[in-house]
Design a protein around this ligand. Sequence first.
Ligand code: GLC
Length: 663
Amino acid sequence: MYEQISHSLLNAILDDLKPEIRRQDLRHFYTRLGANFFAIHSLFSTLYGHRDDFADQMLKLVETMAMGYVDRSPESERLDINRETDHNWFLSQRWVGMALYTNGFADDLADLSQKVGYFQELGINMVHVMPILECPVGKSDGGYAVSNFRRIDGRVGDLADFQALSEQFRANGILLVLDIVLNHTSDEHVWALMAKQGDLEHQEYYYTFADRRIPDLFEQSMPEIFPETDPGNFTWNEEMQRWVMTVFHDYQWDLNYSHPAVFIAMLDIVLFWANQGVDVLRLDAVAFLWKKIGSSCQNEHKAHLILQLLKDCCQVTAPGVLFIAEAIVAPVEVAKYFGEDAIVAKECEIAYNATLMALLWDGIATKNTRLLREGIKSLPSKLDRATWLNYVRCHDDIGFGFDDSDIRAAGYDPSAHRRFLVDYFTGHYDDSARGLVFMRNEATGDARICGSLASLVGLEAALERQDARLTRQAIDRILLLHGVILSFGGIPLIYNGDALGVLNDYSFRDDPDKHEDSRWVHRPKINWQQAEQRKQPGTVEFEIFTAMQRMIAIRKQTSAFADFNNRELLPVANDHVLCYARSDGQQGANSVVVLANFDASPQQVELSDLCRHGMQQGLSHGANPGFNSHCTLTDLYTGAAPTQFDGGIVLSGYQFYWLRQQG
Ligand code: GLC
């Protein structure tokens, strides 16, 4: 948009740019800056316009974007331009992700580069390399307490190894995803060290207070994230003789984004990593970016403005780079991280679908899909040019943060139901689910759970008992859950080890740096000798791996699995079965109906239900997603016709179908 005030400011800024920037060829940079400048200026002045140094800060902001552009490699620029042309590229069904810790999956970055073959074997083409930046040993929160945002932890390698990895990924068509921990730094980051030494400018980078007056006011409405190990949201710092806000661990200091210097410094870091060949940046803990007394200090409007500004600036320098919002918050809040009041995403293009993840676990525990369906119905619709990251497990705990109203609609009492889920997964009813409790909050009664996918669905217990039937059941549950995330719409993100059925790793209990954090139970080191079993028919690894391989390959060929708001929940009469249709915008005939049986017993779904609903409702994109009453059906996953009986489709325990109508 052209607007006189911001445009004349832009002219003045361009005149004032450092000579070394002005000498560069900035053609693409200028067009993008012109297009985004009105928005950038408006957001920056909403956040910082009251300050005397506003004009200086605005100049620094533009210089930071320009310097980032000057450093962008020709290869990255080529990708930027291709992705501008094919701007919906990431909505395609051909992307399948995996999240891993470098030293859990491999020895280090160099070794990770050698493991591209494994990704290709499985069909993975997007890899989230969990945080690898420098962190103090023993005070790292698994890499989320960064002490230097530009240096790689020496134990996994250095920048040259990272560049080699990024080149290796690019050469093999694999997207590289990296974390940026925007919300806080380690208390050993140079900014914190300077703050501790009394440097006032750097004290302003954080929320620090001489006494408890303000902290006590904040505490009245702020929940606790790690109540067992790090109760409260403030920590007294002896050196500084001040309280500092520490929402997560006491060594993670929350950054204060009401200072433009913090925003500009973090933008500079975002652009630095964008220029190292990163395709997608996972923005950690974005819900916490703005703090306001009297609020929970999560999902604040200004947190969204910070993200919009970050996106607008990154689009000027590195438009091909996408953002993932890691916001594990209530369903109505999550969708706002795509951008409030927007049509296409204007904050983060991708967001974790934590709601679906937790709902799937509810289905496993209850063996019915009542809450799963209610939750899916209330999932806010996503914007165009935005997509979900669908996952079953990740490196974090599982919280059951569904909407209370959805829980009631499914026929349960919210707090009793949440208690049931925690009890179920921690083996209270039988010991088949091997989860561990995480951060029980005695005051609120809340708790979350940890555990690897395989151990939570009963594989660990089944193998211990050498029970072939239970082993098969656990494998089928693993495949069922992936059958949903691979077909739901969005990018599926498979967690390290889950395609091999890796069990809980209890060794963290003997490690003094880890024993208090049960999330380490599901952050194992892959045993590659054992992983070789994936090639050996009859083994658990083979059963899981080859099935996932097949599912991934089929997903990639199934255009109805791309994410264009083309999913419709079909309300079949059988409570145990989740059913949705995925239509293909271009070719109605290619629609797929997904059926997933969350019960251990066989279940039947009336074919007439699917026909009736499909025919009456249709989908906004493309043709009728349901079936004609006399059609021939094929399950894309097995390549065979589904079992039918007495006018119905029959699913065995934990079976899923991806059904397509032939002819
Ligand atoms: C994110 C990370 C989690 C970490 C937290 C604090 O939620 O996923 O592992 O503990 O941020 O950085």
